[in-house]
Ligand binder design. Structure first.
Ligand code: VG1
Ligand code: CO
Length: 558
């Protein structure tokens, strides 16, 4: 039975019910459903998932989407356009009142969050596998965001998953491809489809938070930066705001044109995958600030001349300065939140500001309820994610604007800002080690074994210290009291160091083990590698990585 044909004008006869089989494994992970592109390209795969999302979301509107607005956009990767066409036809088939699709189909994750909030939309679908490579042999993904602009919380993703397991049909509006390259509106069946300018709402939001006049003068006075768009969705945003609005010289933005294959690279802003930018920032004529965003624009990396600002430190520095130096935060911060594995640098700032710090499981979805309740203003993750309550996603470009504002207001270099911060607060030396493509069964077994060992670990020697406490992180949301167990195993050492490990929830092949190492010191001139080396060796031994997986060294260190 079709949901409703009552009173719909015109061509709703073009809506058909199409049979589809349920696909196994359509359970959203840390950030939406992420799979190999070819998996998404199977006939019916996108259709089954998207219809399941709509089925799961029908209850809050009593089965009637006629007053609901759905927003659609993606990071421009291979299969973006095809998936958008499918979603458009299915959304019209489900009789949404309004569907807003970004011009050209390209919309960053933070811009999606901004659009949902500013247009009071019901929800949005983002086509992205984030920082994972794109292409027919690479990765694709679909994320659903709810009406607060944030990722669907776990009860919603679980409901979606339940629907994917028993879906057998979807609703499809039959017509030719819908043009999305020109701004405008057109009605299909009961749905008005609006192609909108993906830069407008996001730019407006940035002008509300930051002092564009001051930044214009800063660039006019000779300040120089380079922004690496990594051929993802923030390139056009950066060109528009930095070059067109703030008057930064042409060429400030590099790799600014979205490409389906991100020029064959990992669109991942870290020291490994943004190596060109890192080299440029180490050159004798390096600009004052270097920054990069991932494909869907929610991750960021910040560099100064010859300095790398770790994500945990970036969060701490932004929190330290926001109320004083950034207009949007003049009223002060209500609190800071960080994911559990993220370094404790922000905790020390929170203490100094006398505001609460919240520790959440990995994934941005856990920050949403804190921000909705007004408990925290800024939040961050060690995985190059920083953001605030201006939206409900991490926001790579916002982080860059924060750093720009801090440099502009203080007229200090990135290195000076960091030295001042560490001198005042001490420094958390931090590294994440990723072991990729591990056997999934063996990885799960390792976790089970470790969980069983936890009660006996306290008091055991570890690295140059001793284990003070060991547990499997369980999070209780302070607002809705929902409980998330198994959010990462952590070993807290007597000298204040921490080792955390967990399995990734975004991988598309086998298992990825993430090991997070943190060691605090009051001084800041040590070498990060040396500082955490013993922690790294000890955890490798405890987990018996060599025996289990025949692995010694991590694949990626960030
Ligand atoms: C990773 C990161 C996590 C981040 C998530 C999505 O998840 O660790 O901090 O929120 O990716 O980021 P996992 O489960 O693989 O560790 V993004 O930029 O992919 O939307
Ligand atoms: Co991302």
């Amino acid at each position: 039975m079709h949901p409703s044909h009552a009173g719909a004008p015109g061509n709703e006869l073009n809506i058909t019910t199409v049979s589809v089989k349920a696909f196994a494994g359509q359970r959203p992970g840390t950030s939406g459903l992420r799979k190999k592109t070819k998996e998404f390209m199977q006939p019916g795969y996108v259709e089954a998932f998207v219809q399941s999302v709509f089925n799961a979301m029908r209850r809050p509107v009593s089965g009637d989407f006629s007053k609901s607005t759905l927003v659609i956009g993606g990071d421009g990767r291979y299969y973006n356009k095809e998936a958008i066409q499918k979603i458009l036809h299915i959304a019209i088939g489900n009789e949404f009142g309004r569907v807003m699709v970004a011009r050209g189909g390209i919309l960053s994750t933070p811009a999606m969050s901004a659009v949902i909030r500013r247009r009071n939309a019901f929800g949005g679908l983002i086509l992205s596998a984030s920082h994972n490579p794109g292409g027919i042999d690479a990765d694709f993904g679909i994320k659903y965001n709810v009406s607060n602009g944030g990722p669907a919380p776990e009860d919603v993703t679980e409901r979606i998953y339940e629907f994917t397991e028993r879906i057998n049909h979807y609703y499809w509006f039959q017509c030719d491809d819908i043009q999305i390259d020109k701004i405008g509106k057109r009605t299909y069946a009961a749905t008005e489809v609006e192609v909108f300018d993906p830069l407008a709402d996001y730019t407006a939001l940035m002008t509300e938070l930051f002092d564009f006049d001051a930044l214009r003068k800063f660039f006019a006075g000779g300040f120089r930066m380079v922004f690496d768009g990594m051929h993802g969705s923030t390139g056009p945003v950066a060109v528009h705001i930095l070059e067109e609005q703030l008057g930064a010289p042409k060429g400030t933005v590099v790799n600014g044109i979205p490409l389906e294959d991100f020029a064959g690279k990992h669109p991942d802003p870290n020291l490994v995958y943004a190596a060109d930018l890192v080299r440029r920032m180490a050159a004798p004529d390096a600009p004052d600030l270097g920054a990069a965003n991932d494909a869907d624009g929610d991750r960021n990396m910040i560099l100064g001349r010859n300095v790398f600002v770790g994500p945990g430190d970036s969060l701490a520095v932004i929190a330290e300065h926001a109320a004083q130096l950034i207009p949007g935060y003049r009223a002060g911060l209500s609190g800071i939140a960080r994911s559990m594995p993220t370094s404790t640098a922000a905790d020390r700032v929170a203490k100094a500001l006398n505001i609460p710090i919240y520790e959440t499981p990995t994934g941005w979805k856990y920050f949403g309820s804190l921000m909705d309740a007004g408990l925290c203003t800024v939040c961050g993750e060690e995985s190059f994610g920083t953001g605030s309550n201006h939206i409900r996603e991490k926001d790579g470009f916002w982080a860059v604007m924060c750093w720009l504002s801090i440099l502009c207001a203080t007229r200090k270099s990135v290195a000076e800002i960091m030295t001042r911060h560490w001198t005042r607060f001490g420094r958390s030396y931090f590294q994440r080690h990723d072991y990729e493509g591990l056997n999934l069964t063996a990885a799960n077994q390792m976790n089970d074994e470790m969980r069983a060992l936890l009660p006996g670990l306290a008091g055991k020697d570890f690295a140059s210290s001793r284990i003070a406490a060991a547990d499997d992180f369980t999070y209780t949301d302070p607002v809705d009291r929902s409980v998330t167990p198994n959010a990462g195993i952590r070993l807290l050492l007597e000298d204040g160091s921490r080792v955390v490990f967990r399995l990734s929830g975004t991988g598309t092949q086998g298992a990825t083990l993430r090991v997070y190492l943190e060691r605090f010191a009051p001084d800041h001139d040590q070498d990060s590698f040396k500082m955490v080396a013993q922690l790294a060796t000890s955890i490798r031994q405890l987990l018996r990585l060599k025996e289990r997986f025949n692995r010694e060294d991590p694949d990626v260190i960030t």
